[in-house]
Design a protein around this ligand. Structure first.
Ligand code: SF4
Ligand code: SF4
Length: 422
């Protein structure tokens, strides 16, 4: 097998925006609405059935055993249920008995009983945009007439949870909500949204792009927010296991145990996925839907080739260009300098993320506890591997393992440093 093929990234995860940047709300902090300028040929953007079929066919025929489709926007439910019924039809038609995951990010406004039934029947994982209690959510998440949306979104959350749909809360942390980590965390938990993702809000000021928009969160305050949230998350552990999931902490934990973090912000390189717009145009990242990072169109080119193209590799490596401060930082192996989009807001930052201070504060606060959690987890892995090895052999070996022999659990480590530790 050639090196090139061996190192090729698998096409097992795509992000699709079937309604482009279109949305039925007008949240003050949203950056998607301005993306309409890129597709100015029409004010309404909808994916055609041909483009949908081409995407699903390519992904299902190229992907391995596990494949995931992320449907987001704008607002993907604007496509209507028949579009998503087609999605399932094509996934079945072109699939090879893979395990298929579908994730839908929605603002919840159009969710009704039919949607809830569909999402439950087809095992969609829903990310629901909900910023917390009423006064926090309604601060910026308003409809086009400027009216509040909280009641409608909470009703949608309850409807989906009652139907058994798996729902995560997607919460934007802005200049206002940052003051209420506990209120937001407890609110989500009480509603039954125990899986939470927090997204720090950082947008340039329209009049002066080198400054941040007024609703952006400050790096200092976001650091405090993460520390408080971490304490709440830890306080909810039962028998050493988390009872809630906070995506940032989960991802950080992956880095502490040497696994690949699910959040690309905390990976050493970008370019692990591609984003597909309503017209089939493919770009390097949802935050870089711009001509410089246009990879091609699904109607003319193969997604797997675009994912492994030189341009996508170049995009991935831009994350490696770090500020000097990062190169010498003890937290680099956990934060990897953060997301590129957060490094560009001010040229004077010279590639240092706006959230550096938040990360430093968080790691100083949480490092000891995270190390303990990582050690416990690694010990459990070794124990369970040891038990499995004992089960496979069917009986305990009569042979007493020497301290310097390889451990029978199959770890490849000397017995004295592995299961012999106990
Ligand atoms: S730019 Fe940010 S969001 Fe995009 S792939 Fe890189 S880390 Fe992820
Ligand atoms: S904490 Fe700051 S300096 Fe350290 S690696 Fe992360 S972004 Fe760079």
């Amino acid at each position: 097998m050639s090196e090139q093929i061996k190192n090729a990234k698998a096409l097992d995860s795509v992000l699709i925006k079937p309604a482009g940047p279109d949305c039925n709300l007008s949240c003050s902090y949203c950056f998607y609405l301005e993306k309409s300028n890129l597709f100015s040929e029409s004010s309404k953007h909808r994916m055609s059935e041909d483009v949908l079929e081409a995407i699903v066919k390519q992904v299902m025929t190229r992907a391995g055993e596990n494949v995931s489709f992320g449907w987001q926007g704008g607002e993907p439910t604007l496509m209507g249920l028949p579009f998503f019924e087609k999605v399932i039809e094509y996934q079945k038609q072109y699939g090879k008995r893979q395990i298929v995951g579908n994730g839908l990010q929605t603002n919840g406004i159009l969710i009704d009983k039919q949607w809830a039934h569909f999402l439950d029947s087809n095992k969609f994982l829903v990310g629901l945009s909900l910023d917390g209690p009423e006064h926090i959510h309604n601060r910026y998440r308003v409809n086009r007439s400027g009216q509040s949306t909280w009641t409608r979104v909470v009703d949608s959350a309850k409807l989906m949870l009652d139907k058994g749909v798996a729902v995560n809360a997607l919460t934007v942390v802005n200049d206002y909500s940052v003051q209420f980590p506990q209120d937001i965390y407890e609110f989500h938990k009480e509603l039954g949204l125990t899986f939470m993702q927090f997204i720090p809000c950082l947008e340039p000021d329209d009049d002066n792009p080198e400054r941040t928009a007024s609703f952006s969160v400050s790096s200092e305050e976001y650091g405090d927010f993460l520390c408080r949230l971490f304490d709440l998350w830890i306080a909810d552990f039962e028998y050493g296991t988390p009872t809630t999931s906070v995506r940032f902490f989960d991802s950080v934990f992956y880095n502490y145990v040497g696994l690949t973090a699910p959040d690309c912000t905390l990976l050493p390189e970008c370019g692990v996925y591609v984003v597909i717009e309503h017209n089939g145009n493919v770009y390097s990242c949802d935050f870089f839907v711009e001509p410089a990072w246009y990879l091609g169109n699904v109607m003319q080119a193969e997604l797997s080739e675009m994912l492994n193209s030189e341009l996508q590799k170049k995009f991935g490596k831009t994350k490696r260009k770090l500020h000097d401060q990062c190169s010498n930082c003890q937290w680099l192996k956990y934060c990897w300098g953060g997301c590129i989009k957060d490094r560009n807001h001010n040229p004077l930052d010279n590639n240092l993320t706006y959230f550096c201070h938040s990360y430093q504060k968080f790691f100083e606060h949480a490092d000891t506890r995270l190390r303990q959690l990582a050690q416990n987890w690694q010990r459990q892995q070794i124990e369970s591997a040891h038990k499995q090895a004992a089960n496979v052999s069917g009986k305990k070996s009569e042979h007493k393992i020497g301290r310097n022999e390889s451990c029978s659990c199959g770890s490849g480590i000397k017995y004295k440093n592995c299961c012999g530790v106990y």
